[in-house]
Design a protein around this ligand. Sequence first.
Ligand SMILES: [Zn+2]
Ligand SMILES: [Zn+2]
Length: 206
Amino acid sequence: MNQLPQDLHVHTTFSRHDGAVTPEQTMKMVAAVAHAQIVGISDHLESITDDFDVYAETVRSYGFVVGTEVNGADWVAEAEAVDAQYYVYHCRDREGDYRGAERLLATGKPLIIAHPLILETDLRRVPPQCLIEINNRYVWRSDWEILRPFTTSFSFVIDSDAHQPHWLNQNVARYVARELGVSETLLFDENRERLQFQTAKAGKKL
Ligand SMILES: [Zn+2]
Ligand SMILES: [Zn+2]
């Protein structure tokens, strides 16, 4: 099967408060589809914060990497407290959200800036150690040329942001990455262990 290398932004029925998730988008279904070699589940922290251990255990039992999607500065304290392997982060164009990104980076875990175009994130204010997401669900709604000046100053990941089984692909995001001449950065290996990766501008290993 032609698997994608990595997909670290996938939702499942654990994202109870996200109306776009269908009942069929179970962890089991995501595993059965096996669209990517490395799959990270990134359910919304709002939905899983109270039973994060059950969530993390379930994610691991399917061989996935344990992530969570963090809705800006208001959720940074909770995010610091949970045992996630990486964060997908909503960074709106607000002072507190940029500070929140710095706090999450201080945990030493990879921090992916989620769909920056749709949130109007000012990438000039984002720490260069962050990874920038090219998001299959949203990238086509915006002028992705906005990303071009940043292609040499950040490292990028490509994600589906799948909420339903038929969203388990990265077709549009990969087209955009090709247009921009961006190559993706892999963050984990098949054993769900962190890979060493370079952040482009800082040239610093995380
Ligand atoms: Zn999001
Ligand atoms: Zn999401």
